[in-house]
Design a protein around this ligand. Structure first.
Ligand code: AMP
Ligand code: MG
Length: 351
């Protein structure tokens, strides 16, 4: 049985947090809200517990975990040396949705890092995550609290949909605010490289380290091409129904999407559409299941809603999902576009 503990997101009850912390100390699996998505936490230095976490998620062992700590001071024991860049970035962005990849200290189990000589670390900002990390007084490895390859959970109910009975506890602090996962920045390469775009944009990082670049897959010490970031796995964050993204000028894409929706409905299929508020009038012309993301001028709202919208379409048992592409590729839009494309089965260009 998975125990659900409801807490006030801004001011979590001390006793509830202590119980969740005790569960972590004993090697339990505890899901909790962060400012991005719900994480599934485990004692990062307890190898057996970390293995149980991989089992519970069905996550491949070559997909490393992010270690969460309560403050910058807690990072030093996890790494060989603290790069000066880490201190600068931490001063600016921690607590917050930025993950830093550094060289692993021997005390960090290879189970956590998926065999890599690097470890990813962040200090989350959510009051519940902070309280839990302080109470546990441990480094807590926490991937997103979903079954492998499914959309990340932004509510406790999403965690239970995927993991009820497979984990010990869910600390329910209500819906998360950020929606997309943390930015992952590799500090072991020069210049530092963004392995996964997230809420802290490349543009923001460049205000501290101007040379930061967008990264790609790199090789391990033994020369194999390693998945530098599991966010780079092709199918990720995906709903059950295949998503087709329509790419091109909005004026051409809207009618193309509408025509595709009509055709699929005529063929007897149940069609889901990921829509912006501005798409709504057009969609009233056709019987489709709509998941409204928010205004296309409000990227924060869209980021916060994306995964919940994908899960809603799954729950509505649609056969296929149609979406317009994100045309902007800067700031938070880059992270939204990245997740949408990783979730998608097909991209159709309209000209
Ligand atoms: P999740 O928390 O489920 O979103 O997945 C963990 C994320 O952390 C992935 O996107 C990984 O890229 C990243 N990560 C964890 N450890 C490392 C590492 N040592 N090197 C590169 N990326 C890492
Ligand atoms: Mg994940």
């Amino acid at each position: 049985m998975t125990e659900v503990v409801r807490v006030d997101a801004a001011r979590p009850n001390h006793e509830d947090i202590s119980r969740a912390a005790e569960c972590l100390r004993r090697g339990g699996l505890v899901a909790f809200p962060t400012e991005t998505v719900y994480g599934l936490g485990v004692h990062a230095l307890d190898r057996a517990a970390v293995r149980r976490l991989f089992q519970a998620k069905g996550r491949p062992a070559n997909d490393p975990l992010i270690v969460h700590v309560s403050s910058f001071a807690q990072v030093a024991p996890l790494v060989v040396a603290l790069p000066e860049q880490a201190a600068l970035l931490a001063a600016r962005f921690w607590p917050g949705p930025l993950t830093l990849v550094m060289r692993r200290a021997p005390s960090v189990p290879l189970e956590v890092t998926a065999g890599l000589e690097t470890v990813a670390v962040r200090v989350p900002a959510h009051p519940v995550a902070r309280a839990l990390l302080l109470a546990a007084a441990l480094p807590v490895a926490a991937p997103s609290a979903n079954l492998f390859s499914r959309p990340s959970p932004t509510r406790a109910a999403h965690v239970l949909d995927d993991l009820d009975g497979r984990i010990d506890m869910v600390v329910d602090g209500g819906p998360t605010q950020g929606g997309v996962e943390s930015t992952v920045l590799d500090l072991t390469v020069d210049p530092p490289a963004v392995l996964r775009p997230g809420a802290i944009s490349v543009e923001m990082l460049r205000t501290v380290i101007p040379a930061v670049r967008l990264g790609v897959v790199r090789a391990t010490a033994d020369g194999r091409a390693a998945i530098a970031s599991p966010g780079l796995l092709s199918k990720h964050y995906a709903p059950r129904a295949p998503i087709t993204i329509y790419q091109g000028e909005p004026a051409a894409v809207r009618p193309a999407l509408l025509a595709a929706a009509r055709e699929a409905v005529a063929a007897g299929l149940r069609v889901g559409v990921l829509a912006t508020t501005e798409d709504m009038p057009m969609l009233s012309q056709v019987p489709v299941v709509i998941a409204e993301l928010g205004s296309e001028y409000d990227v924060e709202a869209i980021a916060a809603r994306l995964y919940a919208a994908l899960r809603e379409l799954d729950a509505a048992q649609v056969d296929l999902i149609l979406a317009r592409d994100v045309s902007q590729d800067a700031g938070l839009w880059r992270a939204v576009r990245d997740r949408l494309h990783r979730a998608a089965a097909r991209v159709t260009a309209i000209d």
